[in-house]
Design a protein around this ligand. Structure first.
Ligand SMILES: Cc1cc2nc3c(=O)[nH]c(=O)nc-3n(C[C@H](O)[C@H](O)[C@H](O)COP(=O)(O)OP(=O)(O)OC[C@H]3O[C@@H](n4cnc5c(N)ncnc54)[C@H](O)[C@@H]3O)c2cc1C
Length: 268
């Protein structure tokens, strides 16, 4: 599907916990057949009496359907743009641009996938869950959160079966020294065909160290302005066949092979 500007109507915009909201939109065009897990849209957050967001804000597709024209986002209310988004009411309008970027790889021939998510990474990776479940591919998930109240387990799985491991900052379980042996055991025992991650610089670095020959993909959450490949604000460094190359996260990404990501990742 060509990237388009879509004038949408808000169907639902509700809190799922103290920091995240779920947004459901009706779009004038059927997006379901043309949007894949890992892609994102640029949301033109409204101007309110207190907020005047300038740039559009990038948000991953959290879900599509069941109607062909419905699209869902799960967003962390954190700054000017998302505070404005938070104020939208059912029946209100929101313009979105997309679908943008390259999504995750997936094959229904695979036996098992491992999903390693933290924070907003959970929203980005959530569409992989129904994709794998529908294809009969087993899912193992390792979710990392500040505390049990922040986990969003139901929002992630949405009823799909998975072997789920949860680790938290509140009891020290999410520390790299604790997650490394856990991930090592999971990889050794379950031998996933693909490992996906999003939302944590530390988890990405850990996976780069321990994956070995297991295939892995990361969705990078790089700050970006235009998301059309023009402004180059989201360019990052990658290793490809021993050569250092630059790619735009908005166009060539946001999904890249885990092994290819070089240098600092800009999220916490
Ligand atoms: C491809 C992609 C997918 C994303 N998917 C989600 C998602 O599904 N759910 C979610 O909650 N968040 C997601 N984010 C992060 C989200 O875009 C930022 O949290 C949001 O832009 C913050 O806007 P703000 O105005 O509320 O915050 P502010 O901090 O006030 O934003 C100021 C500026 O910085 C930019 N910015 C700030 N933080 C980020 C960030 N982490 N990444 C990129 N730009 C940033 C904004 O676009 C804006 O231009 C995604 C980011 C990218 C790049």
């Amino acid at each position: 599907m060509k990237v388009g500007t879509h004038a949408c109507t808000v169907v639902e915009n509700r809190w799922v916990n103290a920091r995240y909201k779920y947004l459901r939109l009706a779009c004038p065009l059927p997006l379901a057949r043309h949007t894949v897990a890992g892609q994102f849209f640029q949301l033109a957050c409204p101007v309110t009496d207190t907020e005047a967001p300038f740039l559009r804000r990038p948000m991953s597709v959290y879900g599509i359907g069941p109607e062909e024209d419905r699209i869902e986002f799960l967003y962390h209310v954190k700054g000017v743009g998302t505070r404005a988004l938070e104020r939208l009411k059912p029946g209100g309008s929101l313009t979105i641009v997309g679908p943008l970027g390259a999504g995750f790889s997936f094959s229904s021939d695979w036996k098992r996938v491992l999903l390693v998510a933290r924070g907003v990474g959970l929203a980005t990776m959530a569409p992989l869950v129904p994709l794998a479940a529908r294809a009969g591919v087993a899912i193992t998930a390792l979710l990392s959160a500040r505390a049990p109240a922040d986990l969003m387990r139901e929002e992630f799985l949405r009823g799909a079966p998975a072997d789920l491991h949860a680790v938290f900052d509140s009891d020290g379980g999410s520390a790299v020294e604790r997650v490394e042996p856990l991930l090592g055991r999971i990889l050794e025992r379950e031998r996933p065909d693909m490992v996906y991650t999003c939302g944590s610089n530390r988890l990405l670095a850990l996976l780069q160290n321990i994956l070995g020959s297991t295939a892995g993909e990361v969705a990078l959450e790089q700050q970006m302005a235009c998301a059309m490949g023009v402004c180059l604000s989201c360019v990052r460094l990658f290793n490809e066949d021993g050569t250092k190359v630059f790619h735009r996260v908005c166009c060539e990404g946001p999904v890249f092979p885990i092994a290819a990501v070089a240098g600092e990742v800009q999220f916490g």
